[in-house]
Design a protein around this ligand. Structure first.
Ligand code: MSP
Length: 502
């Protein structure tokens, strides 16, 4: 029986066009969702756009456009990025959609009714760039800890009784050590909560671009309260069995909103909490912080156009441990792609399959007698599946890919040692056994590569005539042994991964 798996990206602010950071978070979710589907689960993958708040209103006003007209234009590149990057998202939610607005207003009424939201007056610091409030002791040199400029705000405001949830949150973190990952980030959240939670201002009156507070329309609902509920509003009608979510993937900068405010809101509503929140690190560009003012923003669309989608997908997922910070550099990119995709996997596929195509009339041999050495390499291939799964379940995406690359290396060593081109003159039976074994390993590699490089994996599987529908072959149906490939009349192999020039 397949089990459901619900995974989300943060929803992205539409004040600017998407950059590498947005592409990265969504790509990681796409990888995990694709792997889960391959592994027999029913994965639902949600992404979307965060379209309210002061930051967006200010940007629209500066351009002389109405906020609604602005967001209707600006969400489009985010949606297009999904097809450009071959994301397999199941839905795309915009917070300006009716289904979301209605849901948030409903939630608001419940929070007021339960006494968790009350009227007060806010005076304190606000950073529009982060859409976040900061306490006096968080301000350093007149700025937010993130470096964002702050302004002093004094206005009537509704408050969420966050302080009431401090102990319950701490109990929850203790009872559910898997709730926040990685471990180091979990410790940061716990010490933040232990340092004391104050009630959170959850409405604003000084601008109007947001969801109106029901019954008090001079206020708009705080953009983070609005945005976080997208994770439920998107699945509230018809799909409510999807909640609670299995995994929220977020950047390290927005973990506090997800690991403190979000569970507190849900506790106040007596709703189940998400099962896990994982915070990833940030990319730098050639060693420098990425920022618009430095002019070094990386455009994912331009990268894909220049190098091809699968190389970008592979590099972003493989180069750094998911959870750590990492550096984008052209040299690292070329090295990684050439050594692991072109020289290792690409070379293996090309040599074996071209040899069969040219010397065996394109038919993978049948009824071969395999040796112990062949069995060893095949069991390495089959056990790779379980190793990959263990890593994916801990969001260790790079380590999961390393398993596939190690399998490729082992196959290359086996191929060199058994040298089918030499056996062709000496021992045809042995040559056949070696070629079948290598073909089966390549089929396994093709299947395992699907979540990271879906287009190239389809090409590898295409050599075996595995059709478009069958290409999403389920992992549990995969360990079929040599009959997986024996007797297949293969397609003429083309180059799958060509080398990049340095
Ligand atoms: N709208 C909020 C999220 C609301 S979720 C209910 C938001 N949006 S964002 O557009 O500013 O950022 C989205 C994501 O991009 C964050 O997870 C953030 O960590 C990520 N990144 C932004 N710059 C990044 C890098 N340089 N590197 C990696 N990820 C980065 O926050």
């Amino acid at each position: 029986m397949s089990s459901k798996f619900y995974i989300t990206t943060p929803i992205y602010y539409v004040n600017d066009v998407p950059h590498i950071g947005h592409a990265y978070t969504s790509l990681a979710c796409d990888f995990i969702a694709r792997f889960k589907r391959l592994d027999g689960d029913d994965a639902f993958f949600l992404t979307g756009t965060d379209e309210h708040g002061q930051k967006i209103e200010k940007t629209a006003v500066a351009k002389g456009i109405e906020p609604k007209e602005f967001v209707d234009k600006m969400y489009i590149p985010f949606k297009e990025l999904c097809s450009k990057m071959n994301f397999s998202n199941s839905d795309f939610i915009r917070t300006t959609e009716e289904r979301h607005v209605r849901y948030v207003q409903d939630i608001w009424k419940q929070l007021v009714a339960s006494g968790d939201v009350y009227m007060g007056k806010y005076s304190g610091w606000y950073a529009t760039r982060d859409e976040a409030f900061y306490s006096e002791d968080e301000i350093q040199d007149g700025k937010a800890p993130t470096g964002a400029p702050v302004e002093w705000v004094e206005e009537d405001s509704y408050f969420f009784r966050l302080s009431a949830w401090q102990d319950k949150l701490l109990d929850f973190y203790e009872q559910h050590p898997e709730f926040i990952g990685p471990e180091s980030r979990r410790n940061e959240v716990i010490s933040f909560v232990k340092s004391g939670l104050v009630d959170l201002s959850v409405s604003r009156t000084s601008f109007s671009w947001g969801i109106p507070v029901p019954g008090d329309e001079s206020h708009v609902i705080y953009v983070w309260l609005d945005a976080l509920f997208n994770y439920i509003s998107a699945v509230a009608s018809g799909q409510s069995s999807l909640w609670p979510c299995d995994l929220h993937v977020v950047g390290k900068d927005i973990l506090r909103f997800h690991a403190v405010y979000w569970p507190a809101f849900l506790m106040a509503l007596s709703m189940p909490l998400p099962k896990r929140i994982f915070a990833h690190g940030w990319w730098t560009n050639e060693g420098q912080k990425i920022s618009k003012s430095l002019g070094n923003v990386i455009d994912p669309v331009a990268l894909v156009d220049q190098y091809g989608l699968d190389y970008i997908r592979y590099f972003l997922m493989r180069e750094i441990n998911f959870g750590s910070d990492g550096n984008y550099s052209h040299q690292l990119f070329v090295q990684r792609v050439n050594s692991e995709l072109a020289n290792n996997i690409g070379n293996l596929v090309h040599r074996v399959m071209t040899f069969i195509y040219n010397n065996l009339d394109g038919v993978i041999p049948e009824k071969v007698v395999i040796s112990q050495e062949d069995e060893v390499i095949m069991s390495l291939a089959y056990s790779a599946i379980d190793k990959v799964r263990l890593h994916v379940d801990k969001q260790e995406i790079s380590a999961a890919l390393a398993i596939i690359i190690e399998l490729g290396s082992a196959c290359n060593i086996y191929m060199e040692k058994n040298a089918p081109w030499r056996l062709r003159k000496e021992d045809i039976d042995r040559m056949n056994a070696v070629l079948v074994t290598l073909s089966e390993c390549i089929r396994v590699i093709g299947i395992l590569l699907q979540p990271v490089v879906p287009g190239s994996a389809a090409k590898i599987l295409g050599i075996f005539n595995i059709t478009e529908e069958q290409q999403f072959e389920k992992i549990h149906e995969m360990k079929v042994g040599l009959q997986g490939v024996s007797g297949i009349n293969i397609q003429k192999p083309s180059v799958i991964f060509s080398r990049l020039e340095v």
